[in-house]
Design a protein around this ligand. Structure first.
Ligand code: GLP
Length: 240
């Protein structure tokens, strides 16, 4: 793993945006695996700025998001499909038909998982962007999830429901299930770029980097990836 510790959230966002923009410029068919949550918001802001300055175009870019809450669709502002539109897609020149997110409102969520797994097999990601759950999760792969799993339905832990409740009116509104890329899908990317910012990520960052590779800390799998880049701000790195 390449580990870089930077001063703060802004620097982390700038460094990560540069890696993604370079991938877009250099790959023949760039495919970006994208993430949601507070962590990548600054990266998306930087990418929008680069697009507006004419430094990068997303015209030939394909994206595949990590996850979506079961039961939430485009009409719900808390869905990840809404998040991606309002934080990135609506402000760049990407073709919406090249942006993929699991369908949280599919009638048959199990078939949706199988469809998404197949889709990911057809669009190998150039770079997969990841945040880090405070319990070490990546996507919605909670501790204990087998590394070999592909896209599946995840039952969210109480810890994750509580972490994510800040985006909802109340904790009762947080969906308890999500469709998530599995670890087997995530590590198929050529480069995996994980970002973590803030003290509440410090324990998970420590376990990911210094702990043993274990399904109890899903992010620890990145120790085995041939091209994993971890960017931490000082607060997230303070236990290292
Ligand atoms: C969520 C998402 C993850 C994200 C993580 C951290 O549950 N499913 O993809 O990386 O939590 O979120 P945040 O960046 O808001 O701290």
């Amino acid at each position: 793993m390449k580990i870089k510790v930077v001063e703060n959230y802004e620097e982390m966002s700038k460094e990560a945006a540069k890696i993604l923009a370079d991938a877009v410029k250099n790959a023949v068919n760039p495919v970006l695996g994208l993430a949601t949550g507070s962590t990548p918001v600054g990266v998306y802001r930087e990418l929008i700025g680069m697009y507006r300055d004419g430094e990068v175009s997303f015209k030939n870019v394909t994206t595949a998001n990590l996850d979506e809450y079961v039961g939430l669709g485009a009409e719900n502002p808390q869905s990840y499909v809404s998040f991606m539109k309002s934080n990135l897609f609506d402000y760049i020149d990407i073709d919406p038909s090249n942006t993929y997110i699991p369908d949280g409102k599919a009638n048959d969520v199990q078939s949706e998982c199988e469809r998404y797994t197949k889709l990911l097999g057809n669009i190998p990601r150039t770079v997969q962007l990841l945040g880090l759950g405070s319990n070490g999760h990546i996507g919605f792969n909670e501790p204990g999830t087998p590394f070999a799993r592909h896209t599946h339905i995840a039952e969210l832990t109480q810890n994750t429901v509580s972490d994510n409740s800040r985006f909802f009116g109340s904790i009762d509104e947080v969906p308890r299930r999500a469709i998530t890329m599995g670890i087997a899908d995530i590590i198929n990317a050529e480069t995996v770029l994980l970002l973590a910012s803030g003290k509440n990520k410090a324990r998970a960052a420590y376990d990911m980097i210094k702990g043993e590779v274990s399904e109890e800390c899903p992010a620890s799998i990145l120790q085995r990836h041939k091209n994993a880049v971890i960017i931490l701000d000082k607060e997230a790195a303070w236990l290292l």
